[in-house]
Ligand binder design. Sequence first.
Ligand SMILES: Cc1cc2nc3c(=O)[nH]c(=O)nc-3n(C[C@H](O)[C@H](O)[C@H](O)COP(=O)(O)OP(=O)(O)OC[C@H]3O[C@@H](n4cnc5c(N)ncnc54)[C@H](O)[C@@H]3O)c2cc1C
Length: 290
Amino acid sequence: MWIPNLIDSLDRPFVSIELLPPRKEAEQTGFWQSVERLKAMRPLFAAVTCGAGGKGSVGTMELSRDLAEKHGFTVMPHVTCVHSELSGLKDQLAAIQECGIRNVLAVRGDFPAGMESAPKGLRYASDLVERIVELAPDLAVGVAAYPDGHPESRSILEDIGFLKHKLDKGAAFGVTQLFFDNRRYFDMVDRLAAMGCHKPIIPSILPIRSIGQIKRVTALCNAPVPGKILSDIESAHDRGGDEAVQEYGVTMAAAQLSNLLENGASGVHIYPFNKADMCTRVLQQAGLLP
Ligand SMILES: Cc1cc2nc3c(=O)[nH]c(=O)nc-3n(C[C@H](O)[C@H](O)[C@H](O)COP(=O)(O)OP(=O)(O)OC[C@H]3O[C@@H](n4cnc5c(N)ncnc54)[C@H](O)[C@@H]3O)c2cc1C
């Protein structure tokens, strides 16, 4: 089923998760153990990133197929401009549909070293959305949204305009970059509504695991971390090392999640980074799991 229809059919808040194809064979066992634990959270869908595992769309496809066919997940593989060729897109989408998958996330992708622009005909994610809608009308297409603005755009407003453009080209929903200030998310949703766009935009949260992780991840996606959060993490680390940081990360993510739901979000997308422990605790603390 299409993700927006799944959301509409629910009478409870949902969570969805993002998985990265494991990089090495040695990671497989731990990865699938985490997947089993994450499955117990009854996620609405599992998104599978493209590019992070170094195998591009091949790793994404393999993992998506296994999650859908062997583990019963509703799966949303990411399809990127930078890992696709216009000529091969039709086959790529056919392979996705063959395993019963009905949702994809269309993103431009970050350029790998040595690549300066996207393949011809797929410059922006909006081009990819247009092609997917044309080639595979049975797929619901999601797109990336940036409550803090995309780093290459001149302003948040300009960026929301480009998000609206992607939705107008046929995308059915958005999934946000991680963010820490919920007001930015609701502001983005309100601005879209004022432009006549009411498609679901799923907010994403990151349970912070360590100082190193938050620095690495936010540098990668250019998400600003409020100074208060950074100083709280540092004090937690001084007090009790990574364990205390994780305690703080769980409490903070649970509070952010609860606030999103209280203010009208119908669910949240969580970045577990292939580990289940913190997600389970976040949902327990937010009252979504016993
Ligand atoms: C939920 C989520 C999942 C992601 N998953 C992946 C993944 O699996 N693999 C990966 O490599 N990356 C992933 N990314 C990162 C993403 O690929 C990068 O942020 C990338 O730099 C931009 O992708 P986009 O789809 O937002 O691009 P676009 O929507 O094309 O936007 C890129 C930039 O161009 C601007 N822009 C858009 N349209 C136009 C236009 N018509 N004219 C001028 N400027 C325009 C935008 O404002 C923005 O600054 C993900 C991001 C999110 C939020």
